[in-house]
Design a protein around this ligand. Structure first.
Ligand code: ZN
Length: 343
């Protein structure tokens, strides 16, 4: 009897345990199915929200493609685009598109003045060259045209390459570096091109000094071009050295003037050798190089000359004025020589 009761108790315990296990397993299944439902619903939520988020992202990015760039502060620019810390604002951001760089020529920023001063100068010299070489009807012979072509070629190359440099300086570090070197090479071609006709007409009937001085400026010019092609030369720290190299080259033009003063006298130099225009040209280059080297006036008034009258623009204006002054000088010199002197 006791055994029967014990067996009955054990059966009840076992049945209860089975019931508990079934309930537990049911509850586990319910929990799993709940999680599955939650996951499914969340995945539905994801599939529902994804297109919306995508549209939102597109809406955020789409305007950036068509959005016009805005001028930036100097400190916001990448290192390769920073050149003058006294020009505080108005800089173009990096524009890695040739089209955007060209379009920026017609908008207002810190390079607008630099671009247009030399673009207008370049166009003016192209018109002048075409008039002199093709249009003039004063009987200029081929030899004179070739000699003057050195000057026109130097002036057009210098102003044109400078204009290209200032337009594409913000394109990329590589473009900035390449065009910077070509800009320096352009300045050298202007100095050589200015020197050749001056020496040619001053020593019109004196072959030896003519060859020596023209060879001298060509060697100096070649050296300056090689130096300006070196990477180190284009660094901001080398600004005074850059100014110094071109100043020295420009001043080398003094040597033939001293020669003529010694052999022909000061009066002949002033009255027949276009000495005054030569001095004005030299002063314009010196003043321009000093303004550029010492960053006047923005160094003393940072942020006041971000768009207009900054040192680089003043330097450009000095270069254009010097080139026109030199053209006036060599034109008069050639005219006098061809009228008076027959070798
Ligand atoms: Zn420049």
């Amino acid at each position: 009897m006791n055994n029967y009761r014990h067996e009955l108790r054990m059966q009840r315990i076992y049945t209860n345990k089975q019931k508990e296990d079934t309930i537990k397993s049911k509850s586990i299944t319910n929990t799993e199915s709940n999680e599955a439902i939650q996951m499914a619903s969340s995945s539905i939520k994801l599939t529902e929200t994804q297109p919306t988020e995508f549209i939102v992202n597109e809406a955020e990015t789409a305007p950036k493609k068509v959005k016009k760039w805005v001028v930036q502060q100097n400190e916001m620019l990448p290192i390769w685009l920073r050149d003058n810390e006294f020009i505080i604002n108005g800089h173009r951001p990096p524009l890695p598109s040739v089209k955007d760089c060209i379009k920026s020529v017609c908008s207002i920023h810190s390079e607008t003045g630099n671009i247009w001063t030399h673009l207008l100068g370049c166009v003016a010299f192209i018109i002048l060259a075409l008039y002199f070489l093709i249009g003039a009807k004063d009987g200029t012979n081929l030899q004179e045209k070739i000699i003057f072509s050195f000057f026109f070629g130097g002036a057009i190359l210098c102003l044109g390459l400078s204009c290209i440099f200032h337009t594409f300086i913000c394109h990329s570090p590589t473009a900035s570096k390449i065009f910077c070197k070509l800009d320096y090479a352009g300045i050298t071609t202007l100095i050589i091109g200015s020197f050749i006709p001056y020496v040619y007409y001053c020593f019109y009937c004196r072959l030896e000094p003519k060859i020596i001085y023209i060879s001298m400026i060509c060697i100096f010019g070649l050296a300056a071009i090689i130096v300006s092609m070196l990477d180190k030369f284009s660094q901001t720290a080398f600004r005074p050295v850059r100014a110094g190299v071109f100043l020295a080259m420009g001043l080398s033009g003094c040597l033939p003037a001293f020669h003529l003063m010694y052999t022909d006298g000061f009066n002949v130099l002033v009255n027949q050798m276009s000495f005054i225009p030569l001095v004005i040209m030299a002063l314009l280059y010196i003043v321009g190089a000093l303004i550029y080297g010492f960053r006047i006036p923005e160094k003393y008034f940072p942020g006041r000359f971000d768009l207009l009258f900054q040192s680089h623009q003043l330097f450009h204006i000095c270069v254009v004025c010097a080139a026109f002054t030199h053209y006036y000088g060599i034109h008069n010199l050639a005219h006098l020589r061809l009228l008076e002197e027959k070798c």
